[in-house]
Design a protein around this ligand. Structure first.
Ligand SMILES: Nc1ncnc2c1ncn2[C@@H]1O[C@H](COP(=O)(O)OP(=O)(O)O)[C@@H](O)[C@H]1O
Ligand SMILES: [Mg+2]
Length: 296
């Protein structure tokens, strides 16, 4: 006996078969014997007769959707969520994106287009590093973060979430060394740091080599650390204010060759873009002044 028959025979409490037929399934619809109200006090309404098949389909659809959401939440722990959760993103870049990267000169446009193009190549499955070189304050970090975010979102939209991590190697090194200064035991053990940097599908190394007044080779320890990371990776996005020549002074040839891994067509040398830090500060000051002059 199917469910409709049981209801027709009065075997199911509280419902009866109505005289309406479902347009989709052609089966009789059922209704509550006592009018049932749904919704809040202000907009409650009596439930219309309903189709059991349609209701079952809705329930199945809803539970499949919930199941999918839960599976995704699980999948995102080690993929999509990595960028926001584990990266070291300075506050000034909390909103950095391609949309808010202002373009005034041809070179700025070319740099932005290069970064957007790299994202597309990575979304298309390209293996190989990306390198952006150029002076301080020209938007390298801003664009690298925009790239990281776009890659993360792009893969999520494709239904193939990946892990993307944005870090400054200088900060990681400080964390490792920090422990040595305090108690002889590292806060971030070196092997863990390497593991953190090797694991993500896409890694952004922000401000590699952090240019100081003096350009000199990094210590053997730092060279080995970088090598352990780059040697095992194929998709690392690097920005630096060191020139190609300076990179070769600061890093040994093993590291330099790992930086160049798959770099053909994936490098941008920004030469004439002005430092934005000063300009942005001035723009903000001017804006604040203009606002303070405004009548209330
Ligand atoms: N073209 C741009 N449009 C909007 N903001 C920019 C642009 N270029 C740089 N900035 C902002 O200026 C500051 C310095 O840029 P940053 O990305 O740190 O430069 P770099 O990494 O090359 O030293 C950041 O706050 C960044 O968001
Ligand atoms: Mg930077």
């Amino acid at each position: 006996m199917d469910r409709i028959e049981s209801i027709q025979k009065g075997l199911v409490d509280g419902v009866r078969v109505s005289n309406l037929v479902c347009q989709i399934h052609g089966t009789p619809m059922v209704e509550f014997t006592e009018p049932k109200r749904i919704g809040g006090e202000d907009n409650s309404r009596v439930l219309d007769p309903f189709c059991l098949e349609c209701t079952q389909e809705e329930i199945t659809k809803y539970s499949n959707q919930k199941l999918e959401e839960n599976l995704n939440a699980e999948r995102f722990i080690h993929t999509y969520n990595v960028l926001a959760r584990d990266s070291t993103i300075p506050k000034e870049f909390s909103e950095a994106s391609f949309e808010n990267f202002l373009v005034k000169t041809d070179e700025e446009r070319a740099l932005k287009e290069f970064a957007e193009n790299q994202v597309q190549k990575y979304l298309d499955g390209m293996e190989g590093n990306t390198l952006i070189t150029g002076g301080t304050g020209i938007g390298k970090s801003h664009l690298c973060l925009a790239m990281a975010r776009a890659i993360n979102e792009g893969y999520k939209e494709k239904g193939e979430p990946v892990s993307v991590l944005f870090v400054s190697l200088t900060e990681i090194i400080a964390k490792i060394k920090g422990g040595w200064n305090y108690n002889g035991g590292a806060t971030l053990p070196e092997h863990e740091a390497i593991e953190i940097l090797v694991r993500p599908d896409y890694l952004v190394l922000d401000d590699l080599g952090a240019k100081n007044a003096e350009i000199r080779p990094k210590s053997d320890w730092e060279q080995d650390l970088l090598f352990s990371v780059l040697d095992k990776r194929t998709k690392t996005i690097i920005n630096t204010n060191l020139t190609g020549k300076e990179l070769q002074t600061v890093y040994n040839s093993r590291n330099y060759s790992r930086i160049l891994k798959g770099l053909d067509g994936n490098t941008f040398k920004a030469e004439g873009i002005p430092d934005k830090r000063f300009r942005l500060l001035r723009m903000k000051e001017e804006l604040a002044k203009a606002q303070s002059r405004k009548p209330p």
